[in-house]
Ligand binder design. Structure first.
Ligand code: SAJ
Length: 409
């Protein structure tokens, strides 16, 4: 197929996607509204952290197939990969905020041409792909343009931060068009780099499928987190319990932790809950269980500190999960921040960052694992980073331990 692309949004999804198409010899214009992002990418560098992404982007830019710009230009295919956050209403309800998707959709109206394919990759509430068509039609009529045969599809990304480049190629995909032709054309496009199976459906099913995957994981993590509270109450080791229960051939309990972070799992279930509040009872409860876990951990640390004279707390890990440097929406950072606000002396260990984020700057010291373990009286394990795996109970003798990840043996 002819194949120039315009990718709107050069973040965690748009940048790898744009780059991989470029390395397959497709002319790609990456669009971002942030000038520094455009400059960084055009110089062959990256503004986000993901293993091997720097190499891919450098190759894509040096080949001449990937360029970045602030505004879209004509292309055969437009891929929208901008954020879809939620906003919280005065009554506390969480509702999806489609302002970035709408702005991206409207921005392509001046440059779309007959038969172009417009793909939404951003995780979105059911009905968003239909809205994109309405927004573009509206913008075209304002511009007095008539463009025939535009095709629309939702093709959600499913790649796991930390393993994105591998999963981009090897994960199965779903292409859900507003018409069968749009689904087929999308499939042909992703076959350029995707070596796994690509399934066709309609746009609404594709939208709900993506949300469902993350809601499924949220509910299952909530089950593990709830078990950890039950086990604490009954004085049972939750890690041993899960290890034993998982010996059943049809049981696969996930791991408890300090809460659920990242930009996907803690957000996407709300898009389902907002659309079907009366029915999505389990998903809402799961969200509440996972969101309350950081407060439970803070209370555990407070209780340990109450037993000591001058407690010094070592927070092991600030990232939202193991072996990434991403601190956004991190329950570990939320816990550290709360403890600092309560006036505790805090040592933070986060091997994946060079300096503390603004939220903790001046309120904690960023130190090595060895220094934290020797100086602290309370060891709070928040992230199961590779480098923390060598810690032993014997090493921590005489100190209080709050291990949210079951790391220390
Ligand atoms: N977590 C636990 N216990 C577990 C597993 C995870 O507490 O047993 C926590 C992690 O520590 C982290 C959070 O959950 O705070 C989310 O981590 P994750 O590794 O489960 O997922 P993400 O957010 O990095 O990526 C998810 C993935 N979705 C699924 O696995 C269903 C990924 O495939 C999606 O592409 C991504 O969301 C997305 O962009 O939607």
């Amino acid at each position: 197929m002819s194949s120039s692309l315009c990718v709107l949004g050069l973040g965690y999804i748009g940048l790898p996607t744009a780059s991989i198409f470029a390395t397959k010899g497709r002319q790609v214009l990456g669009v971002d509204v942030v000038p520094s992002v455009v400059e960084t990418i055009n110089s062959g560098r990256i503004h986000i952290q993901e293993p091997d992404l720097d190499v891919l982007v450098r190759a894509a830019v040096q080949s001449g197939y990937l360029k970045a710009a602030l505004k879209p230009a004509a292309a055969d295919t437009f891929i929208i990969a901008v954020p879809t956050p939620f906003s919280v209403t005065a009554s506390g309800a969480r509702i999806p905020d489609l302002k970035y998707v709408e702005a991206a959709a409207r921005s392509v109206a001046p440059v779309v041409g007959a038969g172009n394919l417009i793909i939404l990759e951003s995780t979105s509430p059911v009905g968003t792909t239909e809205k994109i068509k309405v927004w573009i039609d509206d913008e075209l009529s304002k511009l007095g343009r008539k463009v025939d045969g535009l095709l629309y599809a939702h093709c959600p990304e499913r790649i796991l931060p930390g393993q994105m480049l591998k999963e981009l190629v090897s994960n199965d995909r779903i292409c859900g068009g507003l018409t069968p032709e749009a689904s087929e054309k999308s499939k042909a496009l992703y076959e350029i780099f995707c070596t796994a199976q690509i399934f066709l459906t309609d746009a609404r099913t594709a939208e709900l499928a993506k949300l469902t995957e993350n809601a499924f994981r949220d509910v299952n993590i909530a089950f593990a987190n709830e078990l950890s509270l039950i086990c604490d109450r009954l004085d049972i080791n939750v890690w041993e319990l899960i290890r034993l229960a998982n010996r059943h051939p049809r049981v696969k309990i996930l791991s408890p932790g300090p809460g659920v972070g990242g930009h996907c799992i803690a957000v996407d279930p709300w898009f389902i809950i907002d659309a079907a509040p009366a029915e999505a009872r389990l998903m809402r409860t799961a969200r509440e269980v996972n969101d309350s876990k950081p407060h439970y951990v803070i209370a555990q640390v407070r209780a340990a500190a109450a037993q000591q004279k001058n407690p010094v707390i070592a927070c092991l890990g600030l990232a939202f999960k193991a072996n990434v440097d991403d601190l956004r929406e991190s329950p570990s950072l939320e816990i550290a921040e709360h403890l600092a606000a309560e006036g505790f002396k805090l040592l933070a260990v986060e091997p994946n960052i060079q300096s503390l984020p603004a939220r903790l700057a001046g309120k904690a010291e960023l130190v090595s694992l060895d220094e934290a373990v020797s100086r602290a009286s309370i060891i709070l394990v928040l992230v199961d980073h590779r480098g923390f795996g060598s810690l032993t109970l014997a090493q921590l003798a005489g100190k209080a331990l709050v291990d949210t990840r079951g790391l220390v043996k």
